[in-house]
Design a protein around this ligand. Structure first.
Ligand code: AMP
Length: 412
């Protein structure tokens, strides 16, 4: 089925052609007709499935059907992080490139002045992160009274990051009579609860099994001692001649320290996390995309929503405390049907995290030893015995971290 069967405007089809898209992805084929019929939608779609175009294309189609372009936003797309917002905005720009539709983006960490000026020029589509949008609402620099469509992208992450108060604050200021689309990588009870208060008789669309990872991603878990992980990672990247590898750590400090060591190993590496300025993050991402940087080490929040085309390798240097983050991490590879490999380096302290991931995925992951990097089992068992109380305490702390939804995660 080609895009032409979805009754999209010629100008949008031309933009799709320019991007070499020949067929809609399953989420696009299912979501687009309902959005065009002005229905509310709750869609469970992983990253990499083409979900952005699934809402952007029909939104543009609706705007093209209006007799007069609007000077104030008709569409608001909310995204949890700056990176995701930028990415969605780039998609909006790309899909609307042959139309008159104007759009802009507002996000924190940069000066507000230029955003105010861009809004003044008149836009129909506004992409925003919640915090900065609220700044604009309070300053009165954005008029949302004419809004007809509201999109939540990666709503699960918005809840994880503790944005619920911001969401409610924004909702109070939006017209009640509107179309609402809610996209989430995972559909769980909290998302259903949110959707109940937000959506009117939504069409519920799930393209893949709940919480499933993108199909073509091969997942391997290597058991090894934590102190040998860095050496192994450099060896793996070097010996396999991998050119673009995204590596995840749990902490900002961990990301910086690993990047430093990898550089010493001769692999050009950058780190991205919440303590880096927006400019530094964008530069690192750009250099990674262009191939100047071979390894990008990222924390979960910083990497959220990154769209890196043809990324074949993702490494979990440490498993995440929140099992859902594993799905998001490895969703960076195998995008839109490309093959991908996700490798997790598992030390003796992380088995319970793997169990939580396996429970979420409802599958067992293939655990292996890599010749030359086998874990030292004698050391492991004695350390485990010695530290069993300490390990229990640490696990309780880590669980608490995982359940935490507020400030802390937003900053990482
Ligand atoms: P998303 O899930 O929206 O982040 O999209 C994942 C990747 O798939 C992005 O690189 C998109 O540009 C790409 N993509 C989206 N739709 C299609 C399509 N119909 N055909 C090929 N690639 C697509």
């Amino acid at each position: 089925m080609g895009f032409s069967s979805l009754a999209l405007d010629e100008r949008l089809l031309k933009a799709l052609q320019a991007r070499d898209y020949s067929e809609p992805t399953p989420i696009q084929a299912q979501v687009i007709p309902h959005v065009l019929e002005k229905q509310d939608v709750l869609a469970g779609a992983q990253t990499g499935t083409g979900k952005t175009a699934a809402f952007v294309l029909p939104i543009l189609q609706q705007l093209l059907q209006q007799s007069q372009p609007s000077q104030t936003p008709k569409v608001l797309i909310l995204a949890p992080t700056r990176e995701l917002a930028v990415q969605v905005f780039e998609s909006v720009k790309s899909y609307s490139q042959f139309t008159h539709i104007q759009s802009t983006i507002v996000y924190g960490g940069v000066s507000i002045g230029a955003q105010v000026e861009a809004l003044k020029k008149g836009v129909e589509i506004l992409v925003a992160t919640p915090g900065r949008l609220i700044d604009h609402l309070f300053k009165g620099t954005v008029d949302v009274s004419q809004l007809s469509c509201l999109v939540f992208d990666e709503a699960d992450r918005m809840l994880d990051m503790g944005f619920i108060d911001e969401i409610n604050m924004i909702l109070k200021r939006l017209p009640k009579n509107r179309q609402t689309l809610l996209f989430s990588a995972t559909l769980d009870d909290s998302i259903f609860a949110l959707s109940k208060s937000l959506l009117k008789q939504p069409k519920i669309i799930e393209t893949a099994q709940r919480n499933a990872v993108a199909e073509p991603v091969e997942q391997i878990v290597y058991n090894m001692d934590s102190e040998r992980k860095r050496e192994f990672l450099s060896y793996l990247i070097g010996s396999k001649n991998w050119q673009q590898v995204l590596v995840f750590t749990r902490t900002k400090q961990g990301a910086d320290a690993l990047a430093k060591e990898m550089n010493k190993d001769g692999l050009v590496t950058q780190s991205i996390h919440g303590d880096k300025s927006q400019g530094a993050r964008e530069k690192a991402l750009k250099e990674f995309k262009s191939g100047k940087v071979r390894v990008l080490v990222a924390t979960d929040v910083a990497a959220r929503g990154l769209d890196i085309r043809q990324l074949n390798y993702v490494v979990n240097y440490e498993l995440p405390y929140i099992a859902e983050d594993y799905v998001h991490r490895i969703g960076r590879t195998g995008r839109a049907g490309d093959a991908g490999l996700a490798i997790s380096l598992l030390d003796s302290e992380e088995h319970y995290l793997l169990e939580e991931i396996e429970a979420l995925l409802d599958t067992r992951l293939n655990q292996q030893w890599f010749p030359g990097y086998e874990p030292d089992l004698t050391k492991e068992s004695s350390t485990n015995r010695k530290n069993s109380k300490a390990a229990q305490k640490r696990r309780a702390k880590q669980r608490a971290f995982g359940q935490q939804t507020g400030q802390k995660r937003r900053r990482s």
